[in-house]
Design a protein around this ligand. Structure first.
Ligand SMILES: Nc1ncnc2c1ncn2[C@@H]1O[C@H](COP(=O)(O)OP(=O)(O)OP(=O)(O)O)[C@@H](O)[C@H]1O
Length: 247
């Protein structure tokens, strides 16, 4: 997929031969004419976990929205080497807690893109839903109402819905928020397994441990890309300070 915007064609950043899933060139995007991302040149490698890191308001969620196709860039280019529509799991706070849905119905909605809303699911759809709930450790909660769950349980249901979409691009906005340490560890393992299954994962995070275990990292500050590369090089011991107040 290539989306072109009203901007002169910019040369692509030199990046070696590493395969990329998404390449952004001079990408600008925002809200009501106010840019929240400025002139981003970045690559998201294929079959890797990419962590989006930066202080509050630096543009991580906006970038995920652009990658998901729900926020349209105003300039620049987004090129994607991918097949299926991205699976986007927004921050839990952005999803109504009082929706009258069970956990199973919530995860089943991940199949709507293929099947259509409220249509009968196939045997394979149901198996995918079962697998997604198993992977998030919420199978025992299948019949519970979403609104009755704890924050961390609800978060896992939403991530299971994203996985059930079977996309080759999974976008997660702060997936570890509200998870206890054990669930965080399982989440990290799950993301690694998904990559092995052929999924490119991008997640926004304030958790430096999660960012350090990513394959690559994009560091944002005030809507600008201030670093990209391996977390071991970017997230040095001085990083927490730099993430709060990049130079
Ligand atoms: N719906 C919106 N309408 C107008 N401005 C917005 C909207 N959402 C975000 N912004 C602005 O865009 C900028 C980037 O916000 P964004 O939510 O992308 O940051 P973030 O890095 O994800 O922050 P956080 O870590 O707090 O989730 C901020 O200046 C914010 O005020």
């Amino acid at each position: 997929m290539t989306i072109m915007f009203n901007k002169p064609h910019l040369p692509l950043a030199a990046s070696g031969d590493a395969p990329f899933h998404i390449r952004l060139t001079g990408l600008t995007a925002g809200y009501s004419g106010r840019p929240a991302l400025h002139q981003l040149d970045a690559e998201i490698p294929a079959l890797t976990i990419t962590a989006l890191v930066g202080p509050n308001g630096s543009g991580k969620s906006t970038l995920l929205g652009v990658l998901a196709g729900v926020i349209q860039p105003t300039a620049g280019e987004l090129r994607r080497n991918g097949g299926r529509p991205p699976a986007f799991v927004p921050q839990r706070g952005a999803v109504g807690d009082a929706l009258p849905l069970t956990v199973r119905q919530t995860v089943e909605m991940g199949r709507w893109g293929d099947r259509g809303p409220w249509r009968r699911l196939t045997r394979r759809d149901r198996a995918l839903v079962d697998t997604a709930m198993d992977r998030l450790g919420i199978a025992h909660l299948a019949a519970r109402q979403l609104g009755e769950l704890s924050g961390g349980q609800r978060q896992r249901a939403l991530i299971a819905q994203g996985i059930a979409q079977e996309s080759d691009l999974l976008l997660l906005d702060e997936p570890a928020t509200g998870l206890d340490p054990g669930a965080r560890e399982r989440m990290a393992t799950l993301l690694t397994e998904l990559v092995a299954d052929g999924v490119t994962v991008v997640h926004a995070t304030h958790d430096l441990d999660a960012a350090r275990s990513a394959g690559t990292c994009l560091l944002l500050h005030e809507g600008r890309l201030v670093g990209q590369g391996h977390p071991g090089q970017l997230l040095t011991p001085a990083a927490p300070d730099r993430i709060r107040r990049p130079a």
